[in-house]
Every structure is written in C-alpha cells, then in structure tokens.
Design a protein around this ligand. Sequence first.
Ligand SMILES: [Fe+2]
Ligand SMILES: [Fe+2]
Length: 177
Amino acid sequence: MENNPSQMLMGEHEIIKKSENIIQAMYKLWEKDPEKYKANVTRMLYFFKEYSDKFHHYKEEEVLFPEMRNHPDFVLDEIIDELEEHHVMFREYAKDIKRLIETNELEKAHETLNKYISNLLDHIAVEDDELFSMAESLFNADEFEKIYFKFKDIDRELGEKLKDELEKIPGELENSL
Ligand SMILES: [Fe+2]
Ligand SMILES: [Fe+2]
C-alpha cells in the first residue's frame, strides 16, 4: 500500500533503533575518553528530543492515538494509555541522563541510557507488532491514507530538511566510534 502511515512510523522506528548499537559501543568510553563520551551522549539526547520525540512521538500523540481512540470500534484504550505513559517516562529518562552528564556521573548516565533504550525498544515492539496491525484493521483505506497525510503535514510543519539531517545523526555517531 502506498501512503501507509504505519510503514512511515516503522521506518522512523528503524532509525531510532540504531541507537542501541551506539550505546553498546560506548560502553566504558567514559573511562577512555570522557569528553568524547559526553559529547556523543549530548548529541544522542539531541536526536532523541528532536527526532524521536518531536517528529515521531508527536505523530502518535497528536494523530494516531486520538484517531484510534475516537474510532467507535476501538475498545482497547488501555494500550494507548500505556504507550502515552511510556512517552512521558522517556522524557524523564532523557532529563535524568542530561543531568548526570552535567554532573559528570558518567557511569550512572550510561546505566540510565541502557534502561532508556531497553524500554524504548520494548515500546517500539508493541507498536510494530500490535498497535499498527490494530490500526490497519480498524480504519478503511481512505481513513488510513488520511492519517498518512496528517503525518506528512507534521513533517512539513517541523521541516523535512531538518528531518533528513536528524536521520543522519545515528550513522554519524556510529562512524565516530
Ligand atoms: Fe510511541
Ligand atoms: Fe513509535
């Protein structure tokens, strides 16, 4: 299907998931080169804030989740409540990591980063394996395509050029390690 909104979100998930390898590759970097460790984590937090949160979570929170909730045949509100709570938790993790970097508690920052990414991967798996197939069976083709165009509007509003640049960050970090 062309203009498929879940395909679009899954594509963004693929980019976000690249952070896992980078985090693993940075293990103990804070001992060898603390400045580089801090710079990389700071760059990664920028990616999480601007890309994962703004471009990606925003589409879910502003478009997909409400559209699903408002659909008369949808009864599993709890799953969406839970996914929204995760988004809030991810923002808290990001704040904690930023603070730990600023106070030079780098080992602790890394522990938190690991918790963050493992929760984020679980969250992505629930969306990929459960939520998106629910959405696909809930909406008819027209309704589903409309969601895609709403996603496109969000990208345009936030800036498609910026999106392209943000999508390069995980690859750049990977190459720097
Ligand atoms: Fe999500
Ligand atoms: Fe997602």
